[in-house]
Design a binder for this molecule. Structure first.
Ligand code: GLY
Length: 310
């Protein structure tokens, strides 16, 4: 039994590991862990506290995949709900579809009994308005609601520092079942309706009990173009070790030389519960993991496969 996560999963990994110890499934553990990140007020890349889109609205994306069945549920561009990961889980368990977006996802959330959030984020409104004034040179943010040139402004609103974030969890339970979960508020100041990799099955996350699982954070456009998480699992299927498969996933990413902003981190687990991570920078990033016999999570440094063009 083991849970691994990106560093911002620190607020939820203990609860996720306890869930496994109590006999709950990997799917339960992943949902429990991610829900804690989604309500962490300090996290600006996940949940309704995250950076909003260019119109000042937080649009949330999430995905959960059960490696036992390869059932999956995902939601994109969801407004006004605290826990997109739980809506995604309901998509997986209650619908014959696998992916809902925007109003459809919100309607479904209401049907499933989820309450609209009462969260207030006045500090984020201030950060947003300052950004619009100082970076876009637009004095009145309200004018953005009706402009026909939002697409041009969205290029200027790009901020590589805010193209990352996101939380990833991968858990393996006592039955050996693996689950991957991803949740994000996406790229700060994104164009309305933009989906990153996080809710896109095979790009942001993938799980297959037979081989392992992977999930991504960072610039989602790159992971969508590559189908990164699925690639890593397929490389394991082809006989590569966890380290080789993850490294190959990062190399694929570095082959994308056009329209490139920021990099990507991959976390991965094989079907034996071994865990690994890496990213497209010299530093390599890191991940955390915890097993039921540990008092708290440990941090593991990842492998760096730097993009030569940077
Ligand atoms: N990886 C998160 C995003 O691109 O939205």
């Amino acid at each position: 039994m083991i849970v691994m996560a990106t560093g911002n999963g620190d607020v939820g990994i203990r609860q996720a590991t306890t869930a496994l110890k109590e006999g709950k499934s990997a799917v339960d553990a992943v949902e429990i862990g991610i829900r804690e990140v989604e309500i962490n007020r300090k996290d600006r890349s996940v949940g309704l506290h995250g950076y909003p889109n260019i119109l000042g609205v937080a649009e949330l994306d999430a995905l959960i995949m059960d490696g036992r069945t390869r059932n999956v549920g995902a939601v994109g561009a969801v407004k006004g709900y605290d826990h997109p990961i739980s809506i995604a889980r309901n998509v997986m368990e209650k619908l014959i579809h696998v992916f809902l977006v925007a109003e459809g996802a919100e309607r479904f959330a209401a049907e499933m009994g989820f309450e609209k959030s009462t969260l207030k984020t006045p500090e984020m409104r201030e950060i947003y308005e300052k950004h619009v004034r100082e970076t876009l040179g637009v004095e009145d943010p309200e004018t953005l609601q009706t402009t026909n040139e939002l697409w041009k402004l969205s290029h200027m609103a790009v901020d590589a520092q805010k193209a990352g974030g996101t939380t990833n969890f991968i858990a393996q339970d006592g039955n050996g079942d693996i689950c991957t979960g991803v949740s994000t508020s996406g790229w700060g100041w994104k164009y309305p309706g933009r989906l990153g990799d996080s809710p896109v099955i095979s790009a942001g996350g993938y799980a297959d009990n037979r081989y392992g699982a992977a999930a991504c954070t960072g610039t989602g456009e790159l992971c969508i173009r590559d189908g990164t998480a699925r690639n890593v699992v397929t490389y394991m299927k082809m006989g590569m070790s966890l380290e080789e498969a993850t490294t190959e996933g990062l190399r694929d990413m570095n082959d994308l030389t056009s329209q490139r902003i920021g990099g990507v981190t991959i976390i991965s687990m094989d079907h034996h519960g071994a865990h690994f991570s890496g990213n497209t920078s010299e530093g390599g990033g890191s991940h955390i993991f915890m097993t039921p016999d540990m008092d708290g999570p440990e941090t593991v440094t990842g492998i760096g496969v730097p993009y030569e063009g940077e």
